[in-house]
Design a protein around this ligand. Structure first.
Ligand code: DER
Length: 226
């Protein structure tokens, strides 16, 4: 199967986690895109649930598909959140944020009883860090954060994310620094160190947050890891 077909199969497979009457979190990205397509079909066939989106992109797509939305401030706890990831390491430690939605994704994930990650096999790694770690920062003085990540945390390359020839701005008006650590041996420690830098809003390190990873493979297998 092609990567897109793997994403489609994995996204559709994960729709089974959504049960009648649930209020859930809906992630962001190209794998979640296919989950949404499947959930849209099931809504047409009578499945009732409500969803808190993790980005404007997901909110728009969910609305187009007839998926009822909920405001996180009207919810005590979400039954589960289904979301993608950029890297999945042992212990289900994650790097997320490739799609630029990490802040809202982490808030929604933290409000959920369960975080279920859906991904293709390319996301599974032994150690985090080959994928540049997204760090969401306030625009004011972002170069100070860049300098500290390089000088204090020893990151060789820290790039301000660009989009369509300009600086990328997140749904919440922030910038993203993509930090090329190469290898992150202690995600928890790095996450804490980053949060101590004034101007850092959130990081793409989802440490001990995921409960299940649903991974699709080119040979057609779909595995579920807890
Ligand atoms: O930004 C994110 O964390 C998204 O979940 C995204 O990176 C997932 O990647 P995908 O588009 O390959 O599913």
């Amino acid at each position: 199967f092609s990567q897109e077909e793997i994403k489609k199969r994995t996204g559709a497979y994960a729709a089974d986690y959504v049960e009648q009457g649930m209020t859930i979190g809906l992630g962001t990205g190209s794998t979640v895109y296919w989950l949404l397509q499947e959930l849209g079909k099931r809504v047409q066939s009578g499945l009732h649930f409500r969803a808190v989106p993790t980005s404007r992109q997901t909110q728009t797509l969910a609305t187009e598909l007839g998926i009822p939305l909920a405001d996180l401030n009207n919810v005590d706890q979400l039954a589960l959140t289904l979301d993608g990831a950029d890297e999945i390491a042992p212990g289900l430690q994650l790097i997320k944020g490739g799609g630029g939605a990490l802040l809202q994704e982490k808030i929604v994930a933290a409000a959920s009883k369960q975080l279920i990650i859906i991904a293709d096999e390319n996301k599974v790694v032994n150690t985090l860090g080959k994928f540049p770690l997204p760090v969401e920062v306030i625009p004011f003085g972002w170069k100070q954060v860049q300098k500290k990540v390089m000088q204090q945390l020893g990151c060789q390359l820290v790039e301000l994310r660009e989009k369509n020839g300009g600086t990328f701005v997140s749904d919440h008006g922030h910038y993203i620094l993509d930090c090329h650590f190469g290898q992150i041996s202690d995600p928890a420690e790095l996450n804490e160190a980053l949060h101590l830098i004034p101007g850092v809003v959130e990081t793409g390190l989802f440490v001990s947050m995921a409960d299940i990873a649903v991974v699709g493979y080119a040979d057609g297998r779909i595995t579920t890891t807890t």
